[in-house]
Ligand binder design. Structure first.
Ligand code: GLU
Ligand code: MG
Length: 467
């Protein structure tokens, strides 16, 4: 369980008590430095590092970094909002010791996610991890709810020897094929070993559909830890790949055509140790609250897209009949509906039942994505929102009248379309607060403007290697 307490100047007492022991242990294992990681509004993971001996200082007083990164674009240009994007000011990065881990794929390094607070010791309203911590704590306080979450990671494996900027797939053979598994057998075995050494339990790792594509799914955690893990998993996948002469891309669309890389988000609500998505009176064993939670997410999906699919490249992926879930519809185990209700197998429903949100990719800041999806679901519970009729099959087959009758809408087809929906969505804006909401709007509009004159192939190339 992630600590939900804010960092404090001087250090959280529990951290101060254990940091010397952790530092000695890391040093004994040959760890020279700690990577302090967070994800910016654009979805890029930014880092600072400190020598291992400075961990205690970092835990006590944080490490400096400018707030300007909150309005960085993926190409490192900068946009502004009323309060962000200026060269003034500084923030302190505080590592979360509960999530600190020695990196098996990068010998000599450990890794920890950070929260960012001001030099005055106040929480920074642009900190996405703080936003998610607050959202989770608020759900516990107001609704007595806890969550279990996981983010699937898909990536394309290319040759590091490819010409700069280009993607040359590192495997041949059909989708999900044994050929691919054999060809990348050394890499994937080292990857499993690295996850194991880092305490990341892997559910599955398999060759996927698109050229060079693989997928890993890992066990569910509380939402903050699940977001942390998705960042750690990508750092690990990249580091191990590099040691094998491989280069990986998590971009939603490595190329402009075909199936992209998703980052499907799995989420379940729990109260007093019971899963609200199993054993209930409603459809597929859902409780009334689980249905309303799903309905809340479904109702806000067009606006959520600005958070869950934040890159111009996201809209190359978000196309019908590619398993990316581009219609506001839900169904049991329906892989073309944006919301897939997973019941789990008979005998395992209590543990396994959850919701899968599909129009999410790995350009999304996982803290913002989880926090906003949870906020949408909680709004559904608060309003006792009814869940519409479920669908089966691919909603792409519906004509306009049938789609309208079923309340099935195509999700925004461009980043600017998503921003329009997001700007009109009071629930999401209120949940994020004005600083983060304005950062999301400004960064998305900045990304859209940056690619205005580019064709699809150039958009894919522009974002291929940044996430
Ligand atoms: N690659 C698909 C996507 O872009 C997902 C495939 C799957 O269902 O795992 O979301
Ligand atoms: Mg997949």
């Amino acid at each position: 369980m992630t600590t939900l307490a804010d960092p404090v100047p001087g250090g959280r007492p529990e951290d101060l008590r254990r940091v010397a022991g952790i530092t000695a242990d890391l040093a004994a294992r040959g760890v020279r430095g700690i990577v302090l990681a967070y994800v910016d509004t654009a979805g890029v993971c930014r880092v600072k590092t400190v020598p291992t001996a400075r961990l205690e200082a970092a835990v006590s007083w944080g490490v400096g970094m400018s707030p300007v990164f909150d309005t960085f674009l993926a190409d490192d240009s900068i946009v502004t909002t009323d309060v962000l994007g200026s060269p003034d000011g500084d923030l302190r990065l505080y590592p979360d010791l509960d999530q600190l881990v020695a990196l098996a794929g990068q010998p000599g390094w450990a890794w920890a996610p950070v929260d960012r607070i001001t030099q005055e010791g106040e929480s920074h309203p642009g900190c996405a991890r703080t936003f998610l911590r607050r959202t989770v704590a608020g759900a516990a306080r107001r609704h007595g709810l806890a969550f279990r979450a996981a983010i699937e990671v898909e990536w394309a494996v290319g040759l590091d020897s490819a010409p700069p900027g280009e993607f040359v797939r590192a495997v041949t053979g059909p989708a999900y094929g044994a050929i691919r598994q054999v060809e990348l057998s050394d890499y994937t075995a080292d990857l499993l070993a690295a996850f194991d050494a880092q305490g990341v339990p892997v559910d599955q790792l398999h060759p996927e559909y698109a050229a060079g594509q693989f997928e890993v799914s890992t066990g569910a955690l509380d939402p903050v830890a699940a977001a942390d893990r998705s960042v750690l998993v990508r750092q690990t996948i990249r580091a191990v790949a590099q040691r094998h002469g491989l280069r990986v891309s998590f971009s939603p669309a490595v190329s402009a055509e075909g199936v992209g890389n998703g980052g499907h988000l799995h989420l379940s609500c729990w109260r007093d140790g019971a899963n609200l998505h199993a054993g209930g009176e409603r459809r597929h064993g859902m409780t009334a609250e689980a249905e309303s939670f799903a309905a809340g997410i479904l109702a806000r999906l067009p606006a959520l897209t600005a958070v869950t699919a934040p890159s111009p490249a996201s809209y190359l992926r978000l196309r019908p009949s590619r398993w990316a879930g581009v219609f506001t519809a839900w169904g049991r185990e329906t892989r073309e509906a944006a919301l897939r209700v997973i019941t789990g197998s008979a005998g395992r429903r209590e543990q396994e039942a959850n919701l899968e949100v599909k129009p999410v990719d790995l350009a999304a800041n996982p803290y913002l994505a989880l926090g906003c999806v949870i906020a949408a679901g909680l709004d559904g519970i608060g309003a006792a929102l009814p869940l519409p009729e479920e669908i089966t099959g691919d909603p792409a087959r519906y004509g306009p009248d049938e789609a309208a009758a079923l309340g099935v809408r195509r999700l925004p087809q461009s980043l600017t379309g998503a921003v329009e929906e997001f700007r009109a969505d009071r629930v999401l804006r209120d949940a994020l607060g004005p600083v983060l909401a304005d950062a999301v709007t400004a960064v998305r509009l900045g990304e859209a403007a940056a690619v205005e004159d580019l064709d699809d192939a150039r958009v894919a190339a522009a974002y291929r290697w940044v996430y």
